[in-house]
Design a protein around this ligand. Structure first.
Ligand code: BES
Ligand code: ZN
Ligand code: ZN
Length: 476
């Protein structure tokens, strides 16, 4: 979907269709007809009047959610037609909503049909948005830069969706490493790939063990973007389980389906650094991803094994399905050992089913040791269009991951608070000097939802990308 901005009055723009956003039906000429069709000015309500060439969509507030969902609803209707062009009048709204409209359009227009034998022809459709000349809040240059920025952000989200939706047969650790190389080349940033020999040599025994039964070699991916005058240094660490069968603590059949999505954190981190480089943001950013496949086999790591992580801490494995935290433990250590003077370190992972149970499938769980940083992560997530909430650590849950025979156990002794105990496990691999610079994002819910929601399709949503870009812009 191509998007153009223009100062031309809406009536003078030639196009096949017009999209009309309605928050008050009294303002609309076609009120009676729309009412007779049962149209109301509410979110997700749509009416298409082909004779007048108008698509009406309701919205309730000038917020990201309301407007992005409204425009996505209209765009999906537009895509079912053979019309080539549509126009939209934004002059009566605050021009700041342009971001919501552009992202709602591009995220809503996304489809994934790589595995369909008959593919929908990619129609070349375009949307022309009429903005007010010398808009009271923002000038044309600012609006064009919002358009360009939102395009890059949406592209990064859609790249993440494509990667996550790709099947485990087509996307295994070496493929993830190749994709990372391509993204790095495209964004002109540095890319280092390390295989299992490196993991062995560098005492990354926790990560190495998880991938041992896989026919695919585990890969440690490290991209870095270093602009000249960087304001701060941020490390993004991602869980890249290209498949999580559960290992010997095998998942039940119903729970294994969708586990191609266990690479979502890693994919989000790769697309985010790509976007940050494309946007030329003034921060040094590193993306560290542990790309691993958790399988069964004669060589599989076992419940009862004790693993030594890169920082020397010993981990009693009591469940091989709690593998993400083992991979992240070593990746967090790698990041802190290899990159000095870190200002912030964030990790992204589809880490626990418990997080989905606790906060629902649309919301990210945010954990960490610094209250102010956590609160700022939540508000950035909301500003960026994502849902997130904090989950608090406490001393009693911290005790529940103690082990009788090793320093720490990879599962808790309690069945409650599983998202938090997983976060507390990771805290053991965050060095003292970085405790208050670290945030853990559990994206197990929103990363992959088996139904369409708002402007998100069935499957991968690209969770994490938008909130991270917004967060970086706010903290530094
Ligand atoms: N990848 C899963 C978590 C997950 C579950 C992600 C559902 C997305 C949707 C993770 O590796 C896992 O299996 N976690 C276990 C931990 C348990 C064994 C302590 C879980 O959540 O059940
Ligand atoms: Zn697992
Ligand atoms: Zn997992």
């Amino acid at each position: 979907m191509k998007i153009n901005l223009t100062n031309t009055n809406i009536d003078k723009i030639k196009s096949d269709l017009q999209i009309v956003l309605v928050d008050n039906i009294d303002d609309v000429e076609e009120k009676e007809l729309l009412e007779s069709l049962g149209f109301e000015a509410h979110d997700e309500i749509i009416a298409f009047l082909p004779e007048s060439g108008k698509i009406f969509v309701g919205f309730e507030e000038e917020t990201y959610d309301s407007l992005a969902i409204a425009i996505a609803t209209a765009i999906k209707k537009f895509q079912t037609t053979s019309f080539k062009s549509a126009k939209l009048d934004l002059t009566s709204l605050d021009s700041r909503v342009l971001k919501f409209i552009v992202e709602g359009t591009l995220l809503g227009a996304y489809t994934f049909d790589n595995y369909k034998s008959k593919k929908d022809k990619k129609k070349k459709q375009e949307l022309t948005i009429s903005i007010e000349e010398d808009s009271p809040s923002l000038d044309n240059i600012e609006l064009n830069s919002i358009l360009e920025e939102s395009k890059i952000i949406s592209k990064a989200v859609n790249k993440t969706r494509d990667m996550v939706n790709t099947t485990p047969a087509d996307f295994y650790p070496e493929v993830m490493a190749e994709v990372a190389k391509k993204l790095a080349k495209d964004a002109n940033i540095d890319c280092k790939i390390k295989g299992e020999k490196y993991l062995e040599k560098n005492d990354m025994n926790a990560m190495l063990s998880v991938g041992r039964a896989s026919i695919h070699e585990s890969q440690l991916i490290h991209l870095s973007y270093k602009p000249k005058e960087a304001k701060s240094k941020i490390v993004l660490v991602g869980k890249g389980l290209t498949y999580d069968s559960g290992g010997l603590s095998l998942k039940p059949a119903d729970y294994m389906v969708t586990m191609k999505s266990d690479k979502s954190g890693g994919c989000a981190v790769l697309a985010t650094i790509w976007a940050i480089a494309k946007l030329e943001l003034p921060y040094e950013v590193h993306a560290v991803v542990g790309a691993v496949e958790n399988m069964i086999g004669g060589d599989a790591y076992k419940p009862d094994d004790v693993l030594v992580a890169k920082n020397g801490k010993t981990i009693e494995v009591r469940n091989t399905d709690a593998e993400g935290r083992l991979v992240l433990a070593d990746c967090l250590c790698y990041a802190q050992d290899e990159i000095d003077d870190i200002d912030y370190i964030f990790d992204y992972a589809t880490l626990t089913g418990a997080c989905v149970v606790g906060v629902g499938e649309y919301t990210t769980g945010i954990m960490g040791n610094d209250e102010v940083l956590k609160a700022s992560a939540v508000s950035s997530a909301h500003n960026s269009g994502e849902y997130a909430t904090t989950l608090d650590f406490n001393r009693f849950l911290r005790k529940s991951i103690k082990s009788e025979i090793a320093d720490i156990s990879n599962i808790a002794s309690t069945r409650y608070g599983g998202a938090i105990t997983a976060g507390l496990f990771l805290d053991n691999f965050v060095y003292e000097e970085n405790k208050n610079k670290w945030i853990h994002f559990d994206i197990a819910g929103p990363a992959y939802v088996e139904k369409a929601w708002g402007y998100n399709p069935h499957g991968a949503s690209g969770a994490g990308v938008r909130m991270t870009i917004e967060f970086l812009k706010s903290i530094s």
